[in-house]
Design a protein around this ligand. Sequence first.
Ligand SMILES: [Zn+2]
Length: 422
Amino acid sequence: MVYDLILRRAQLHRQEHLVDIAIQDGRFVRISPDLSDASATREIDVAGRLIVPPFIDAHVHLDAVLTVGKPRYNSTGTLLEGIQIWSERKPDLTHKDVKQRALEEIRWEVAQGTLFIRSHVDVCDPKLTALRALLEVREEVRDICELQLVAFPQDGILSFPNGRELMRQALELGCDLVGGIPHYEWTRDMGVEDVHYAFALAKEFNRDVDCHCDETDDPLSRFTEVMAADTLQQGWQGRVTASHCTAMSSYDNAYAFKLMRLLASAQVNVVANPFDNIVLQGRFDTYPKRRGITRVKELLATGVNVALGHDSIMDPWFPLGRGDMLAAAQLALFLCHMSGYDEIQDVLDLITSNGARVLRIEDRYGIAEGKPASFLVLDAPSAFEALRLVPARLHVFKDGREIATTQPARSTVKGNLVTFTA
Ligand SMILES: [Zn+2]
Protein backbone atom coordinates (compact mmCIF):
# COMPACT_ATOMS: atom_id res chain seq x y z
CA MET A 1 0.00 0.00 0.00
CA VAL A 2 1.36 3.41 -0.98
CA TYR A 3 -0.40 6.17 0.96
CA ASP A 4 -0.69 9.80 -0.09
CA LEU A 5 1.23 11.02 2.94
CA ILE A 6 2.95 9.60 6.00
CA LEU A 7 4.04 11.66 9.00
CA ARG A 8 6.86 9.87 10.79
CA ARG A 9 7.63 10.15 14.52
CA ALA A 10 4.74 12.45 15.45
CA GLN A 11 3.92 13.50 19.00
CA LEU A 12 0.20 13.70 19.79
CA HIS A 13 -1.11 15.82 22.66
CA ARG A 14 -1.27 13.91 25.97
CA GLN A 15 0.25 10.74 24.49
CA GLU A 16 3.37 9.11 25.73
CA HIS A 17 4.86 7.55 22.60
CA LEU A 18 5.53 8.83 19.11
CA VAL A 19 3.38 7.54 16.25
CA ASP A 20 3.42 7.34 12.47
CA ILE A 21 0.32 8.71 10.73
CA ALA A 22 -0.86 7.63 7.29
CA ILE A 23 -3.19 9.80 5.21
CA GLN A 24 -5.15 8.73 2.16
CA ASP A 25 -7.83 10.55 0.14
CA GLY A 26 -7.90 13.44 2.61
CA ARG A 27 -8.41 11.32 5.74
CA PHE A 28 -6.33 9.82 8.52
CA VAL A 29 -6.33 6.10 7.75
CA ARG A 30 -3.71 4.60 10.07
CA ILE A 31 -2.16 5.85 13.29
CA SER A 32 0.36 3.40 14.70
CA PRO A 33 3.61 3.36 16.68
CA ASP A 34 5.39 2.01 13.61
CA LEU A 35 4.40 2.12 9.95
CA SER A 36 7.87 1.26 8.65
CA ASP A 37 6.28 -1.41 6.45
CA ALA A 38 4.30 1.28 4.60
CA SER A 39 5.37 3.97 2.15
CA ALA A 40 3.77 7.09 0.73
CA THR A 41 3.99 9.52 -2.16
CA ARG A 42 5.16 12.12 0.34
CA GLU A 43 6.73 11.44 3.71
CA ILE A 44 7.51 14.05 6.37
CA ASP A 45 9.77 13.10 9.27
CA VAL A 46 8.47 15.43 11.96
CA ALA A 47 11.11 14.14 14.39
CA GLY A 48 9.06 14.19 17.58
CA ARG A 49 7.28 17.46 16.95
CA LEU A 50 3.72 18.05 18.18
CA ILE A 51 0.89 17.41 15.73
CA VAL A 52 -2.44 18.96 16.70
CA PRO A 53 -5.80 19.40 15.02
CA PRO A 54 -6.36 22.92 13.64
CA PHE A 55 -6.77 25.81 16.03
CA ILE A 56 -10.21 27.28 16.51
CA ASP A 57 -11.02 30.96 16.88
CA ALA A 58 -14.38 30.78 18.62
CA HIS A 59 -15.01 34.53 18.67
CA VAL A 60 -13.84 37.25 16.31
CA HIS A 61 -15.32 40.29 14.54
CA LEU A 62 -14.30 39.99 10.89
CA ASP A 63 -16.34 43.06 9.89
CA ALA A 64 -14.17 45.29 12.10
CA VAL A 65 -10.70 43.75 11.65
CA LEU A 66 -7.89 45.88 10.23
CA THR A 67 -9.79 49.16 10.59
CA VAL A 68 -7.53 50.59 13.30
CA GLY A 69 -6.98 54.35 12.94
CA LYS A 70 -9.91 54.78 10.55
CA PRO A 71 -11.59 57.15 10.99
CA ARG A 72 -9.46 57.71 14.11
CA TYR A 73 -7.52 55.90 16.82
CA ASN A 74 -9.14 55.09 20.16
CA SER A 75 -7.60 57.75 22.43
CA THR A 76 -8.82 56.35 25.75
CA GLY A 77 -8.55 52.69 24.80
CA THR A 78 -11.96 52.00 26.32
CA LEU A 79 -14.75 49.72 25.15
CA LEU A 80 -17.22 52.60 24.98
CA GLU A 81 -14.97 54.80 22.84
CA GLY A 82 -14.40 51.74 20.64
CA ILE A 83 -18.13 51.35 20.10
CA GLN A 84 -18.38 55.09 19.34
CA ILE A 85 -15.57 54.93 16.74
CA TRP A 86 -17.14 51.84 15.17
CA SER A 87 -20.49 53.66 14.84
CA GLU A 88 -18.63 56.46 12.99
CA ARG A 89 -16.94 53.93 10.69
CA LYS A 90 -20.06 51.84 10.01
CA PRO A 91 -21.78 54.23 7.55
CA ASP A 92 -18.61 54.13 5.39
CA LEU A 93 -18.45 50.34 5.16
CA THR A 94 -18.61 49.01 1.63
CA HIS A 95 -19.03 45.47 0.39
CA LYS A 96 -15.54 45.47 -1.10
CA ASP A 97 -13.89 47.03 1.96
CA VAL A 98 -15.37 44.41 4.33
CA LYS A 99 -14.48 41.53 2.04
CA GLN A 100 -10.88 42.64 1.49
CA ARG A 101 -10.17 43.09 5.20
CA ALA A 102 -11.90 39.87 6.24
CA LEU A 103 -10.11 37.80 3.58
CA GLU A 104 -6.76 39.28 4.57
CA GLU A 105 -7.33 38.47 8.25
CA ILE A 106 -8.52 34.94 7.46
CA ARG A 107 -5.25 34.42 5.54
CA TRP A 108 -3.35 35.50 8.67
CA GLU A 109 -5.27 33.03 10.81
CA VAL A 110 -4.93 30.16 8.33
CA ALA A 111 -1.17 30.70 8.02
CA GLN A 112 -0.99 30.27 11.80
CA GLY A 113 -3.15 27.16 11.82
CA THR A 114 -6.66 28.43 12.63
CA LEU A 115 -9.00 26.68 10.19
CA PHE A 116 -12.31 27.12 12.03
CA ILE A 117 -13.57 30.62 12.82
CA ARG A 118 -16.79 31.89 14.40
CA SER A 119 -17.30 35.54 13.56
CA HIS A 120 -19.88 37.87 15.00
CA VAL A 121 -21.24 40.33 12.43
CA ASP A 122 -22.78 43.63 13.46
CA VAL A 123 -26.35 43.71 12.14
CA CYS A 124 -27.25 47.16 13.55
CA ASP A 125 -27.07 48.55 10.03
CA PRO A 126 -30.25 49.00 7.98
CA LYS A 127 -28.39 47.87 4.86
CA LEU A 128 -26.63 44.89 6.49
CA THR A 129 -23.57 45.70 4.36
CA ALA A 130 -21.06 43.75 6.44
CA LEU A 131 -23.28 40.70 6.68
CA ARG A 132 -23.88 40.51 2.93
CA ALA A 133 -20.11 40.73 2.36
CA LEU A 134 -19.24 38.09 4.96
CA LEU A 135 -21.86 35.67 3.65
CA GLU A 136 -19.89 35.72 0.39
CA VAL A 137 -16.59 35.38 2.23
CA ARG A 138 -17.94 32.32 4.06
CA GLU A 139 -18.39 30.55 0.72
CA GLU A 140 -15.18 31.84 -0.89
CA VAL A 141 -12.87 30.57 1.89
CA ARG A 142 -14.40 27.09 2.20
CA ASP A 143 -11.29 25.39 0.81
CA ILE A 144 -9.06 26.77 3.55
CA CYS A 145 -11.31 27.66 6.45
CA GLU A 146 -14.76 26.93 7.88
CA LEU A 147 -16.51 30.12 8.89
CA GLN A 148 -19.61 30.48 11.10
CA LEU A 149 -21.46 33.80 11.24
CA VAL A 150 -23.38 35.13 14.25
CA ALA A 151 -26.03 37.86 13.90
CA PHE A 152 -24.63 40.32 16.44
CA PRO A 153 -26.62 43.41 17.54
CA GLN A 154 -23.73 45.69 18.55
CA ASP A 155 -26.04 48.58 19.52
CA GLY A 156 -28.76 46.42 21.05
CA ILE A 157 -31.82 44.52 19.84
CA LEU A 158 -34.31 46.65 21.77
CA SER A 159 -32.21 49.82 22.10
CA PHE A 160 -31.54 50.15 18.35
CA PRO A 161 -34.24 51.26 15.90
CA ASN A 162 -35.77 48.24 14.20
CA GLY A 163 -33.30 45.96 16.00
CA ARG A 164 -35.63 42.96 16.16
CA GLU A 165 -36.40 43.10 12.46
CA LEU A 166 -32.70 43.42 11.51
CA MET A 167 -31.88 40.31 13.56
CA ARG A 168 -34.62 38.40 11.78
CA GLN A 169 -33.44 39.61 8.36
CA ALA A 170 -29.90 38.49 9.19
CA LEU A 171 -31.14 34.97 9.84
CA GLU A 172 -33.25 34.97 6.70
CA LEU A 173 -30.15 35.95 4.73
CA GLY A 174 -28.31 32.90 6.09
CA CYS A 175 -26.57 33.77 9.36
CA ASP A 176 -25.58 30.57 11.15
CA LEU A 177 -26.25 31.67 14.74
CA VAL A 178 -28.26 34.15 16.79
CA GLY A 179 -26.39 36.66 18.96
CA GLY A 180 -27.32 39.21 21.59
CA ILE A 181 -25.89 41.90 23.86
CA PRO A 182 -28.11 42.05 26.95
CA HIS A 183 -25.75 44.04 29.20
CA TYR A 184 -25.64 46.87 26.65
CA GLU A 185 -29.42 47.39 26.40
CA TRP A 186 -30.74 50.52 28.14
CA THR A 187 -32.31 48.77 31.12
CA ARG A 188 -32.09 45.49 32.99
CA ASP A 189 -35.57 44.52 31.75
CA MET A 190 -34.60 45.21 28.16
CA GLY A 191 -31.49 43.05 28.66
CA VAL A 192 -33.63 40.13 29.79
CA GLU A 193 -35.88 40.63 26.77
CA ASP A 194 -32.77 40.74 24.51
CA VAL A 195 -31.90 37.21 25.62
CA HIS A 196 -35.49 35.96 25.32
CA TYR A 197 -35.72 37.38 21.80
CA ALA A 198 -32.46 35.66 20.77
CA PHE A 199 -33.78 32.33 22.01
CA ALA A 200 -37.15 32.83 20.32
CA LEU A 201 -35.39 33.44 16.99
CA ALA A 202 -33.12 30.46 17.61
CA LYS A 203 -36.13 28.24 18.09
CA GLU A 204 -37.99 29.63 15.09
CA PHE A 205 -35.00 29.21 12.75
CA ASN A 206 -33.51 26.16 14.52
CA ARG A 207 -30.15 27.87 15.13
CA ASP A 208 -27.59 27.87 17.92
CA VAL A 209 -27.14 30.91 20.18
CA ASP A 210 -23.96 32.87 20.96
CA CYS A 211 -24.55 36.13 22.86
CA HIS A 212 -22.05 38.69 24.06
CA CYS A 213 -23.03 38.48 27.70
CA ASP A 214 -22.02 40.48 30.77
CA GLU A 215 -18.99 42.03 29.04
CA THR A 216 -18.54 44.56 31.83
CA ASP A 217 -16.97 44.87 35.28
CA ASP A 218 -20.42 45.55 36.75
CA PRO A 219 -21.01 42.83 39.36
CA LEU A 220 -24.76 43.40 39.00
CA SER A 221 -24.77 42.51 35.31
CA ARG A 222 -26.39 39.08 35.52
CA PHE A 223 -27.66 38.01 32.13
CA THR A 224 -25.60 34.81 31.81
CA GLU A 225 -28.05 33.23 34.27
CA VAL A 226 -30.91 34.23 31.96
CA MET A 227 -29.13 32.50 29.05
CA ALA A 228 -28.72 29.34 31.14
CA ALA A 229 -32.38 29.36 32.20
CA ASP A 230 -33.59 29.88 28.61
CA THR A 231 -31.29 27.06 27.46
CA LEU A 232 -32.87 24.66 29.92
CA GLN A 233 -36.42 25.82 29.25
CA GLN A 234 -36.00 25.56 25.48
CA GLY A 235 -34.04 22.28 25.56
CA TRP A 236 -31.09 23.92 23.79
CA GLN A 237 -28.38 22.18 25.90
CA GLY A 238 -25.02 22.09 24.11
CA ARG A 239 -26.18 24.65 21.52
CA VAL A 240 -25.58 27.84 23.49
CA THR A 241 -22.46 29.93 24.11
CA ALA A 242 -22.08 32.87 26.47
CA SER A 243 -19.22 35.04 25.21
CA HIS A 244 -16.96 37.18 27.41
CA CYS A 245 -18.84 36.90 30.77
CA THR A 246 -16.20 39.21 32.24
CA ALA A 247 -18.54 40.32 35.04
CA MET A 248 -18.01 36.84 36.47
CA SER A 249 -14.63 38.00 37.70
CA SER A 250 -16.41 40.71 39.72
CA TYR A 251 -19.20 38.57 41.20
CA ASP A 252 -18.93 37.48 44.80
CA ASN A 253 -17.97 33.83 45.09
CA ALA A 254 -21.32 32.65 46.42
CA TYR A 255 -23.12 33.91 43.32
CA ALA A 256 -20.33 32.90 40.91
CA PHE A 257 -20.38 29.31 42.09
CA LYS A 258 -24.17 29.09 41.87
CA LEU A 259 -23.95 30.44 38.30
CA MET A 260 -21.14 28.12 37.24
CA ARG A 261 -23.11 25.08 38.40
CA LEU A 262 -26.15 26.33 36.50
CA LEU A 263 -24.04 26.76 33.33
CA ALA A 264 -22.66 23.23 33.71
CA SER A 265 -26.13 21.71 34.09
CA ALA A 266 -27.43 23.66 31.08
CA GLN A 267 -24.29 22.69 29.06
CA VAL A 268 -23.73 26.33 28.14
CA ASN A 269 -20.26 26.98 26.66
CA VAL A 270 -18.26 30.02 27.72
CA VAL A 271 -15.83 31.82 25.40
CA ALA A 272 -13.18 34.12 26.88
CA ASN A 273 -11.25 36.66 24.81
CA PRO A 274 -7.97 37.34 26.61
CA PHE A 275 -6.64 40.17 24.42
CA ASP A 276 -9.75 42.34 24.53
CA ASN A 277 -10.75 41.37 28.06
CA ILE A 278 -7.47 42.41 29.68
CA VAL A 279 -7.25 45.61 27.63
CA LEU A 280 -10.88 46.75 27.92
CA GLN A 281 -11.93 45.70 31.40
CA GLY A 282 -10.75 47.28 34.66
CA ARG A 283 -10.91 50.73 33.06
CA PHE A 284 -12.97 52.28 35.84
CA ASP A 285 -10.65 50.94 38.54
CA THR A 286 -7.79 52.73 40.19
CA TYR A 287 -5.87 50.09 42.17
CA PRO A 288 -6.22 47.21 42.70
CA LYS A 289 -7.22 46.84 39.03
CA ARG A 290 -9.39 43.92 38.03
CA ARG A 291 -8.21 41.65 35.22
CA GLY A 292 -11.71 41.35 33.87
CA ILE A 293 -11.40 37.92 32.31
CA THR A 294 -13.99 35.30 33.16
CA ARG A 295 -13.21 32.48 35.61
CA VAL A 296 -11.71 30.08 33.07
CA LYS A 297 -10.00 27.77 35.51
CA GLU A 298 -12.96 27.53 37.89
CA LEU A 299 -15.45 27.04 35.04
CA LEU A 300 -13.36 24.13 33.72
CA ALA A 301 -13.25 22.63 37.21
CA THR A 302 -17.05 22.91 37.43
CA GLY A 303 -17.42 21.02 34.14
CA VAL A 304 -18.22 23.96 31.88
CA ASN A 305 -16.71 23.85 28.40
CA VAL A 306 -14.53 26.94 27.85
CA ALA A 307 -12.85 28.05 24.61
CA LEU A 308 -11.05 31.18 23.42
CA GLY A 309 -11.44 33.83 20.77
CA HIS A 310 -9.08 36.45 19.36
CA ASP A 311 -12.06 38.88 19.29
CA SER A 312 -10.29 41.91 17.78
CA ILE A 313 -7.37 42.24 15.38
CA MET A 314 -6.35 45.86 14.77
CA ASP A 315 -9.77 47.42 15.28
CA PRO A 316 -11.26 50.25 17.42
CA TRP A 317 -11.21 48.05 20.56
CA PHE A 318 -7.81 46.37 20.31
CA PRO A 319 -5.27 48.11 18.07
CA LEU A 320 -2.73 45.28 18.00
CA GLY A 321 -2.85 41.53 17.35
CA ARG A 322 -1.83 39.33 14.43
CA GLY A 323 -4.53 36.68 14.44
CA ASP A 324 -2.57 34.02 16.32
CA MET A 325 -4.72 31.81 18.55
CA LEU A 326 -1.65 30.24 20.15
CA ALA A 327 -0.67 33.71 21.36
CA ALA A 328 -4.22 34.13 22.73
CA ALA A 329 -3.85 30.82 24.58
CA GLN A 330 -0.50 31.85 26.04
CA LEU A 331 -2.03 35.09 27.31
CA ALA A 332 -4.96 33.16 28.85
CA LEU A 333 -2.44 30.94 30.62
CA PHE A 334 -0.90 34.02 32.27
CA LEU A 335 -4.14 35.86 33.05
CA CYS A 336 -6.04 32.85 34.40
CA HIS A 337 -3.18 31.53 36.55
CA MET A 338 -3.07 28.29 34.59
CA SER A 339 0.66 27.73 34.94
CA GLY A 340 0.42 24.46 36.89
CA TYR A 341 1.88 21.64 34.79
CA ASP A 342 -1.44 19.90 34.10
CA GLU A 343 -3.18 23.24 33.62
CA ILE A 344 -0.73 24.08 30.83
CA GLN A 345 -1.88 20.93 29.03
CA ASP A 346 -5.50 22.09 29.49
CA VAL A 347 -4.72 25.49 27.93
CA LEU A 348 -4.02 23.87 24.56
CA ASP A 349 -7.54 22.35 24.70
CA LEU A 350 -9.02 25.87 24.90
CA ILE A 351 -8.07 26.53 21.26
CA THR A 352 -8.55 22.96 19.98
CA SER A 353 -10.98 20.34 21.35
CA ASN A 354 -12.98 22.74 23.56
CA GLY A 355 -13.39 25.09 20.61
CA ALA A 356 -14.63 22.16 18.50
CA ARG A 357 -17.36 21.55 21.08
CA VAL A 358 -18.41 25.21 20.95
CA LEU A 359 -18.58 25.18 17.14
CA ARG A 360 -20.21 21.71 17.19
CA ILE A 361 -17.80 20.31 14.61
CA GLU A 362 -16.62 17.31 16.62
CA ASP A 363 -17.80 14.85 13.96
CA ARG A 364 -15.12 16.18 11.59
CA TYR A 365 -12.44 17.30 14.03
CA GLY A 366 -9.48 15.63 15.72
CA ILE A 367 -6.62 13.30 14.92
CA ALA A 368 -8.20 9.84 14.67
CA GLU A 369 -8.53 7.20 11.98
CA GLY A 370 -11.42 8.04 9.68
CA LYS A 371 -11.46 11.79 10.43
CA PRO A 372 -10.54 14.42 7.81
CA ALA A 373 -6.76 14.89 7.77
CA SER A 374 -6.66 18.49 8.99
CA PHE A 375 -3.73 19.21 11.29
CA LEU A 376 -0.74 21.38 12.14
CA VAL A 377 2.91 20.53 12.72
CA LEU A 378 4.24 22.79 15.46
CA ASP A 379 7.95 23.51 15.80
CA ALA A 380 7.84 22.24 19.40
CA PRO A 381 7.71 18.79 20.99
CA SER A 382 4.87 19.32 23.50
CA ALA A 383 1.99 21.55 24.61
CA PHE A 384 4.27 22.86 27.35
CA GLU A 385 6.90 23.98 24.82
CA ALA A 386 4.26 25.23 22.37
CA LEU A 387 2.82 27.53 25.04
CA ARG A 388 6.27 28.64 26.15
CA LEU A 389 7.60 29.42 22.68
CA VAL A 390 4.53 30.16 20.52
CA PRO A 391 6.53 28.47 17.74
CA ALA A 392 6.07 28.45 13.96
CA ARG A 393 3.33 26.31 12.46
CA LEU A 394 5.67 24.49 10.06
CA HIS A 395 2.91 22.79 8.05
CA VAL A 396 -0.84 23.43 7.95
CA PHE A 397 -2.97 20.74 6.30
CA LYS A 398 -6.70 20.74 5.54
CA ASP A 399 -8.36 17.53 4.37
CA GLY A 400 -4.99 16.04 3.45
CA ARG A 401 -3.88 19.09 1.44
CA GLU A 402 -1.05 21.37 2.53
CA ILE A 403 -2.42 24.92 2.62
CA ALA A 404 0.31 26.85 4.47
CA THR A 405 3.92 26.51 5.54
CA THR A 406 6.14 28.68 7.73
CA GLN A 407 9.92 28.70 8.10
CA PRO A 408 10.95 29.18 11.73
CA ALA A 409 13.12 32.17 12.54
CA ARG A 410 16.72 31.31 13.41
CA SER A 411 19.05 33.61 15.36
CA THR A 412 22.85 33.65 15.44
CA VAL A 413 24.77 35.18 18.33
CA LYS A 414 27.98 36.79 17.07
CA GLY A 415 31.15 37.86 18.81
CA ASN A 416 33.15 36.16 21.58
CA LEU A 417 31.13 33.43 23.25
CA VAL A 418 31.52 32.83 26.94
CA THR A 419 32.75 29.28 27.58
CA PHE A 420 31.50 27.47 30.65
CA THR A 421 33.51 24.71 32.23
CA ALA A 422 32.15 22.33 34.76
ZN1 LIG B 1 -16.86 40.24 20.68
